[in-house]
Design a protein around this ligand. Structure first.
Ligand code: ZN
Length: 282
């Protein structure tokens, strides 16, 4: 079994308690260390986001994945209004991940009405970036809470953890995240200035984040994500090494994060199905 297979099994197997919790009709937190807070917005236009995200238990579902990790302290996920700032962040002071209504509204604004010219649906363009952003901030949270060493830039590492974890969803969910996030990176990339400020920023350019995500997805499963290369979204020169890039992230994840999971690897395909069900909120 390769590192990649072992990790996939570990993550999927770890979701068994979620399946049981779902069956009881309970919220599938999987850990009493995770707390979610939906702050009601003052701005009327954000009311729909508040209702939808609560109904779909978006914070609970991301919390359920991160709750698989044995956390030393409590971690809070919060949706709130940020005085006009479209942002998301992890705050080590109070160990919380914050997602601003303004950022979700921005994602809604650039999403296609029905489908983008490249075939990305409105659903994927909304769900993908929200999942990616929450998992990216969760990556920062894990680096801090588990005191994980990071070689390289933390922002790149947080992207890799987010993409890698979400790719373990497999099937339709993984494709939603990849297509939706790629759409979002490509859209923001169009308006990004190429100047000193952007080069100096701690984050990579949106187009770099686009290609990193595309490469990791392709490297994870060259059949499922073959269209990324055949349709020309990822240059062949980069694509050639994406299997190795994926293995590198899998090795780091396996070494640094998997030992902290609360549940050990177990059975295969049935758990994958359970995981996919949990990710869809069933
Ligand atoms: Zn970040």
């Amino acid at each position: 079994m390769s590192v990649r297979d072992r990790l996939a099994v570990a993550v999927l197997a770890a979701l068994l308690p979620i399946e049981a919790a779902e069956a009881r009709g309970a919220i599938a937190m999987g850990s009493d260390r995770i707390r979610v807070v939906y702050e009601a917005p003052k701005t009327a236009a954000y009311r729909e986001i508040y209702d939808t995200m609560r109904r779909r238990r978006v914070l609970e579902r991301v919390g359920a994945i991160i709750g698989l990790v044995r956390l030393p302290t409590r971690l809070t996920y919060r949706l709130k209004e940020c005085a006009g700032e479209p942002n998301a962040w992890y705050a080590p002071e109070d160990r919380s991940v914050t997602l601003c209504y303004e950022l979700v509204a921005g994602i809604q604004k650039v999403a296609p009405k029905t489908e983008s010219p490249a075939g990305v649906s409105r659903h994927d363009a909304l769900v993908g970036p929200v999942a990616q952003i929450l998992m990216h901030e969760s990556g920062h949270a894990l680096f801090d809470l588990l005191r994980l060493p990071i070689l390289g830039r933390e922002e790149d590492a947080a992207d890799q953890v987010a993409s890698f974890a979400l790719l373990q969803l497999g099937g339709k969910e993984a494709r939603t995240v990849v297509n939706g996030s790629a759409y979002f990176f490509a859209t923001t990339g169009k308006y990004e200035p190429v100047d000193k400020g952007s080069f100096a920023d701690v984050h990579g350019f949106s187009w770099q984040r686009f290609y990193n995500l595309a490469c990791l997805a392709y490297g994870s499963d060259k059949k499922r994500f073959g269209y990324i290369v055949s349709k020309g979204y990822l240059p062949k020169e980069r694509a050639e090494g994406c299997g190795e890039e994926y293995d590198q992230v899998a090795f780091a994840f396996d070494t640094l994060i998997v030992p902290h999971l609360r549940v050990r690897p177990g059975r295969g395909e049935r758990l994958r199905r359970a995981f996919e069900g949990a990710a869809r909120g069933r």
